[in-house]
Ligand binder design. Structure first.
Ligand SMILES: CC[C@@H](C(=O)O)C(=O)SCCNC(=O)CCNC(=O)[C@H](O)C(C)(C)COP(=O)(O)OP(=O)(O)OC[C@H]1O[C@@H](n2cnc3c(N)ncnc32)[C@H](O)[C@@H]1OP(=O)(O)O
Ligand SMILES: [Co+2]
Length: 132
């Protein structure tokens, strides 16, 4: 795995949190994107070499809606950049991690993504990201 590609933060309201993170980081979001297949609308901030993804829910029973209902706003996942997502998924599966996808799926910001179940990674949801 390469660097941390982004940290995903679940928020109740994207507009409110965009304003908050703009004040916090001193930069505006560079992009908003809806990913209907995940039931989310996202915004992205760049700060130095780092990237923050804010995620609000667009569906009542999607992963972000469920997370917010159980845990409230906060860090939802850590995403790592990988060069070869298929190879990395196979490696992690062999190491005993539980993959949440059989095949990579389309993420936001021009990425192919796959997820590792938090139950198999010390309670942290891990996302793999490859440039699409
Ligand atoms: C925008 C696209 C993309 C990108 O390009 O960056 C994204 O980031 S999309 C992000 C949203 N999509 C996902 O999260 C997809 C992967 N997630 C899932 O498949 C599910 O959310 C899940 C992790 C399998 C959990 O689903 P489910 O089992 O249906 O939910 P429960 O609410 O019943 O939770 C079970 C269990 O897991 C704990 N949990 C859930 N989410 C997280 C999390 N993000 N981090 C840590 N733990 C999490 C939850 O608390 C439950 O624990 P227990 O209560 O102890 O059983
Ligand atoms: Co993400």
């Amino acid at each position: 795995m390469n660097k941390i590609e982004h940290i995903g933060i679940a928020v109740n309201d994207l507009k409110t949190s965009n304003n908050l993170f703009e004040k916090l980081l001193g930069v505006a979001a560079y992009k908003e994107e809806e990913v209907a297949s995940e039931g989310v609308i996202t915004s992205f901030f760049k700060t130095g070499p780092n990237k923050i993804e804010l995620l609000a829910s667009t569906s009542e029973d999607g992963p972000i809606a469920k997370f917010l209902a159980k845990k409230g706003e906060g860090i939802h996942h850590i995403a790592f950049a990988v060069d070869d997502i298929i190879a990395e998924m196979a490696r992690l599966k062999k190491e005993g991690f539980i993959l949440l996808n059989e095949v990579p799926k389309k993420g936001a910001d021009n990425k192919l993504v796959a997820f590792v179940h938090p139950k198999s990674s010390n309670g942290v949801l891990i996302e793999l990201c490859q440039d699409a």
